[in-house]
Design a protein around this ligand. Structure first.
Ligand code: NAD
Length: 497
């Protein structure tokens, strides 16, 4: 069953102008160039299916050239004073904020999210540069007396060396700056590979960093439709020191296996299956508000998206009907239109998976309170959906939905709520609504996740350590912890004569 959404086709002059301003080549050793083969690939607007730009399609030789440039620049970059590294990031932060509108438009065109969300992502992305511009000058070691009283222990933290950074399509700018910011601050050089669905935001920020004074070779960017064959030889190259990946757990597993050959330092920000717990004592309106943020930020296409709602039995019906009312009122459309709150899903496979999960749950007895269908016309739109009474065994409770679908189940005791929340191989984030402070701490301690949102539907903050446990990954991005991923500790031993 389908219903329609009005989506204008064709780019407005201002849209065409910002898209044309984005470089579409590979950025290697401080200059833009076509791929060695001359191949390009199209980037599409998921609202209209219109091609926005043709971007260079790199192959293994291009990736090697990018690594060559990163390796050549490493020694000089590590020697660059921390203050200078920080000031480059600070200038880039300011330039991004000066161009927030333009960057938001590029993001909305390539990814589909509403302009209001793109503006928020641009600010969030820029903040990683500001945060790490400050952290660049706080890289320190320690000096200690050994237990025997004669020895002295000195530690220093040094850049790990050339890094490969691989990012997903859902937050096209922030996932790049969350890696590039700390790598620049730590004194590492890099090869960045953004997702082929949304490369334009990363290409635009690359030019901003170059204009901010980042020396050639420090950041090299390759775009490609052949991710595995192109990055594989870089991962196997003994000159690479670190792999930082954000994306699906499936690809993360494969990359960890590859990275083990060279014993690379790794950071893995992988998939999620966030539980959203609403206890009987919660402020129900606040919980619904938080549910809208946790579910609908980025249209549900977020690793942190609330994937399943576990609600105390006595308040479950009220929560479900309030949430359904809010979801039914969401304005769906092309992200560039004023007032639109939900754009399209990023592509057809993503929408088909969402449809499949909803049909599976409905087939197993879940009640569709609102939505439950794709929308006609160009673009990959799917209606905001609430499913009540979702039975155990429905796939949407165990798989990442990555769309605007809220499945609701119930619990009767705190123990049952915790057991359901932890009944997943993922462990990125969990949300918890209660007014009982002891319960909040008790449940937080018992949750198997890297992050917990207490009475709030969003945890992302550049000043906080973002990351997961279990199959949601390894390492942390942001916060004081974020730069550690790009530093190695060296210990110096000596004895006083
Ligand atoms: P994906 O794993 O398909 O792709 C991520 C990136 O890896 C892309 O750049 C892709 O081209 C590249 N890639 C794919 N196969 C590769 C291979 N064999 N070798 C090297 N690179 C390869 O994920 P996606 O669909 O782009 O993103 C959605 C996923 O990302 C979801 O699972 C989501 O939860 C996760 N995600 C996690 C976080 C986090 O911080 N934990 C943040 C955002 C997204």
């Amino acid at each position: 069953m389908t219903s329609s959404v009005a989506t204008p086709t064709g780019l407005a002059p201002q849209e065409a102008q910002v898209v044309e301003s984005v470089p579409t080549g590979l950025y290697i050793g401080g200059s833009w160039r076509p791929s060695g083969s001359g191949a390009t690939f199209p980037v599409e607007d998921p609202s209209t299916n219109q091609v926005l730009a043709q971007v260079a399609d790199a192959g293994p030789e291009d990736a090697r050239a990018a690594l060559d440039a990163a390796v050549a620049a490493q020694e000089g970059w590590a020697a660059c004073p921390p203050r200078e590294r920080g000031e480059i990031l600070r200038r880039a932060f300011e330039a991004i904020m000066d161009r927030q509108e333009e960057l938001a438009l590029i993001m909305t065109l390539e990814m589909g999210k509403p302009l209001s969300e793109s503006r928020a992502e641009v600010a969030y992305a820029a903040e990683f540069f500001r945060w790490f511009s400050e952290e660049a000058c706080r890289i320190a070691g320690r000096y200690a007396k050994a237990p025997n009283g004669a020895g002295r222990l000195v530690t220093m933290r040094q850049p790990v060396g050339p890094c490969l950074l691989i990012t997903p399509w859902n937050f096209p700018l922030a996932m790049a700056t969350r890696k590039v910011g700390p790598a620049v601050a730590a004194g590492c050089t890099m090869v960045l590979k953004p997702a082929a669905l949304t490369p334009l935001s990363a290409l635009a920020v690359t030019q901003i960093l170059a204009d901010a004074g980042l020396p050639g070779g420090v950041l090299n960017v390759i775009t490609t439709t052949k991710a595995g064959p192109t990055t594989g030889p870089v991962i196997s190259d003994p000159r690479l020191r670190k792999l930082s990946f954000t994306g699906s757990t499936e690809v993360g597993h494969a990359l960890m296996a590859q990275a083990s050959e060279q014993l690379l330092r790794i950071s893995m920000e992988l998939g999620g299956n966030a539980p959203f717990l609403v206890f009987e004592d919660a402020d129900l309106d606040a919980a619904v508000e938080g549910a809208m943020v946790a579910k609908m930020r980025n249209g549900g296409e977020a690793c942190t998206a609330a994937n399943r709602f576990h609600v105390a039995e006595p308040v479950a019906d009220a929560f479900a009907s309030k949430l359904a009312e809010r979801m039914a009122a969401v304005k769906v459309g092309r992200g560039t239109e004023e007032g639109v709150q939900l754009g399209p899903l990023v592509d057809q496979p993503t929408r088909s998976k969402v449809s499949e999960l909803v049909e599976d749950a409905a087939g197993k007895g879940a009640k569709v309170l609102t939505g439950g269908e794709a929308m006609d016309g160009p673009g990959y739109f799917y209606r905001p959906t609430v499913l009540a009474g979702v039975p155990a065994g429905a796939r949407c409770l165990s798989e990442e939905i990555f769309g605007p679908v809220a499945p609701i189940t119930t619990f009767s005791t705190e123990e049952e709520a915790i057991a359901s929340a932890n009944d997943t191989e993922y462990g990125l984030v969990a949300y918890l609504y209660t007014r009982d402070f002891s319960r909040a701490l008790r449940v937080t301690e018992a949750l198997e996740s890297g992050m917990v949102g207490l009475n709030q539907g969003m945890v992302s903050n550049p000043a906080a350590p973002f990351g997961g446990v279990k199959h949601s990954g390894l390492g942390r991005e942001g916060g004081a912890e974020g730069i550690e991923e790009y530093l190695s500790i060296k210990y110096l031993a000596f004895t006083l004569g």
